[in-house]
Design a binder for this molecule. Structure first.
Ligand SMILES: [Cu+2]
Length: 136
């Protein structure tokens, strides 16, 4: 019973906005530094898997580790496979309440290493970068 009450209290706190709904700690999938901008790709499990994935993309300053408002952000992935056209998958991204934090969803048809392209355009300037992330 105590456990039930505790679980219910957590749900109430989340609903009241005192705790973020995603209160589980996010684990880093990949991180990339471009000049003064550090981009961190995270998810609850710390990895992308075949199928639908929810993830977080965070922009922080390399100088003081403070969040950076990156404005409009896109994330696209591609995988080259022998004898096939590259497999392309793009994410839907929305700004979270916290600055510099974006919530995304993406769907992968299979496993394998993706080349990830992130672009941004806003108060933190305009830029783009490429890195690799596995889909397991
Ligand atoms: Cu593929």
């Amino acid at each position: 019973m105590k456990r039930l009450v505790a679980a219910f209290a957590l749900v109430l706190l989340a609903a009241a906005g005192i705790m973020p709904a995603t209160w589980a700690a996010d684990k880093t999938i990949a991180t990339q530094k471009v000049k003064d901008v550090v981009i961190t790709l995270k998810s609850e499990s710390g990895q992308w898997t075949k199928g639908k994935n929810a993830f977080v993309l965070e922009f922080t300053s390399a100088k003081d580790t403070q969040p950076l408002d990156a404005g409009t952000v896109t994330l696209n992935t591609s995988m080259t496979m022998t004898g096939m056209a590259p497999m392309i998958a793009g994410a839907t991204l929305n700004p979270d309440k916290a600055p510099g934090r974006y919530l995304g969803t993406i769907e992968f048809a299979d496993t394998g290493t993706r080349q990830v392209t992130v672009t941004w355009d806003g108060p933190a300037g305009k830029g783009s970068t490429k890195f690799y992330a596995p889909v397991r």
